[in-house]
Design a protein around this ligand. Sequence first.
Ligand code: 2AM
Length: 175
Amino acid sequence: RPPETQRLFFALWPGAEIREQATQIAQRMLGKRGKCVRSENLHLTLVFLGSTTEQQRACAEAVADTIEGTAFALRLEQIGYWSRPRVVWLAPRETPQPLIELVQQLNQGLTACGYQPEARPYRAHMTLARKVAGYFPAREVAPLACPVEHFYLVRSVSYPGGVEYQVLRSWPLAQ
Ligand code: 2AM
């Protein structure tokens, strides 16, 4: 029998207020176009681990324990559209240096756990809506200022009605 696995990822998880505001932006911009991500599910992925064994999970958590990250502020202010996955996202215009370093440290450490680092350059984004058909023009919105003081290990559980994200653990970033 193959080992049991969980679908995991490291993420930033903005507070409820920011997620509510992001949902309002999404609903205002998209109306009935596409399927808006529920407020409780809004996040920014740092590193997608995918299918993970118990052993790999322990390894990934040990890597996270060694991270020396710094807290930072995210300004979410750009809406964009990726036509291939058909998602509309909200993102910072510039990726803060501490965020770049956090993702780098995670990717570097995680190679020892048997993960293939993402080949594409990191693009911090919060997916607001999926299955958005047709062109959706990029635009700026009033910035959502988002203090980032932790990062999280999250499990994605799919069920017939959709997906649920379970936050498994959090790690603080130094002030
Ligand atoms: P997305 O929002 O751009 O779709 C949980 O599925 C999280 O992991 C989502 O934020 C999703 O990004 C990301 N994700 C899912 N599959 C992925 C993959 N193959 N590579 C990178 N990120 C992925």
